[in-house]
Design a protein around this ligand. Structure first.
Ligand code: NAD
Length: 322
């Protein structure tokens, strides 16, 4: 390979190079570094493109010798109007010593995998015990990697309960997952609940969530989004991924604004729990992980993908500076 070559990696390359087990290990280490204050992660930058009904976001981070930036969008009308996905991500992984771009890769799959991994890590550290049932409220793209990550942590040992406003989505996912289509109420009553809908009003009711449960609130990742009855947060122990991001755009953003939840009621970040700075579940009735998606998760995975690409000789070498 030429000395200044960058490796270009397509989505199918990334798929071949990234295992969920490796992803979970990398993301767990990245959260711990974030909790210990060893990572660099300036806030996400949003480019609001109102005229185009979409936005672009830049997510830079440095952790444990890896630096990079994700350039990702949200254009909900893309599938219907342009036959393009609503979310497309690119990752640039740079050598922190020289800034040489080591790799440019598809980050769409990377995003889904790192999000599933984060939730399963939260379940591992916050759930009362290995779940007998895992409920999926929302059976879309994220549900797939949430399931894969939970199976990587617990094995194929739990029943999969699938609920969605779209019966079709729930049925297709249940078939794929060898699970059961259930009501939103039944999925919300599981030992571990994964909520991954784009909802802007509570979907999961307090009365449906049992004592002893752990809930991963994945869907709310922008201002105004909300999936859980705020009473679940008040009665539960809330662990966020990052103060700045979660209070602005996570599950806690709406109840903090309405006064239904106070900042003091937020227990810790997941990184602080992993770093041993704050307790995890001990004594909590319900635990909730509020995920917005951190740039440190992306850079940790991009590094794993790049290392695997070099080892296996996969990808296309390109010299941007010749
Ligand atoms: N926290 C993170 O890091 C992170 C990362 C990626 C995506 N997300 C968010 O997760 C959410 C889901 O993403 P996705 O890619 O899986 O989307 P998707 O469109 O593939 O799936 C969403 C599913 O939710 C269902 N749904 C919509 N409203 C519902 C409701 N009120 N009740 C039950 N089901 C409902 C839809 O029918 C669909 O099947 C989005 O809000 C996305 O922005 C968060």
């Amino acid at each position: 390979m030429p000395p200044h070559a960058t490796i270009l990696l397509s989505r199918s390359d990334v798929q071949k190079l990234l295992s969920m087990e490796a992803a979970i290990a990398a993301v767990e280490a990245a959260f711990a570094a974030h909790g210990e204050g060893r990572a660099l992660m300036p806030p996400k930058v949003y480019l609001e493109l109102d005229a185009y009904h979409g936005d672009l976001r830049a997510m830079p981070a440095y952790v444990d010798g890896a630096a990079g930036v994700k350039w990702v969008n949200s254009h909900p009308e893309n599938p219907a109007r342009f036959d393009l996905p609503s979310v497309m991500g690119m990752y640039i992984l740079s050598d922190p010593a020289t800034a040489l771009p080591l790799a440019v890769m598809d980050a769409t799959l990377l995003t889904a995998v790192r999000t599933g991994a984060a939730a399963a890590i939260a379940s591992k550290h916050l759930a009362a015990r290995a779940p007998r049932t895992v409920g999926f409220v929302g059976c879309g793209v994220q549900a797939r990697t949430l399931l894969e990550a939970h199976r990587a942590v617990y094995g194929d040992t739990f029943e999969v309960l699938c609920a969605d406003v779209s019966e079709h989505a729930a049925r297709v996912f249940a078939e794929e997952a060898r699970g059961r289509v259930v009501s939103l109420e039944e999925a919300s009553g599981a030992d571990v609940v994964n909520a991954s809908t784009p909802a802007r009003a509570p979907v999961v009711k307090r009365a449906w969530v049992k004592d002893g449960a752990h809930v991963n609130a994945i869907g709310a990742d922008a201002h105004g989004k909300q999936e859980l009855d705020p009473a679940i947060l008040v009665d539960g122990r809330v662990v966020i991924d990052d103060w700045e991001q979660a209070t602005h755009s996570g599950e806690v953003n709406v109840p903090l604004e309405t006064g239904e939840l106070r900042r003091e009621q937020i227990h810790a970040t997941l990184g602080e729990v992993l770093a041993g700075k704050r307790p995890g579940r001990e004594g909590a009735r319900i635990t909730v992980f509020d995920s917005t998606g951190l740039a440190v998760q992306d850079v940790a995975l991009a590094r794993v993908v790049h290392a695997a690409a070099r080892e296996q000789g996969l990808g296309t070498s390109f010299d941007f500076f010749r």
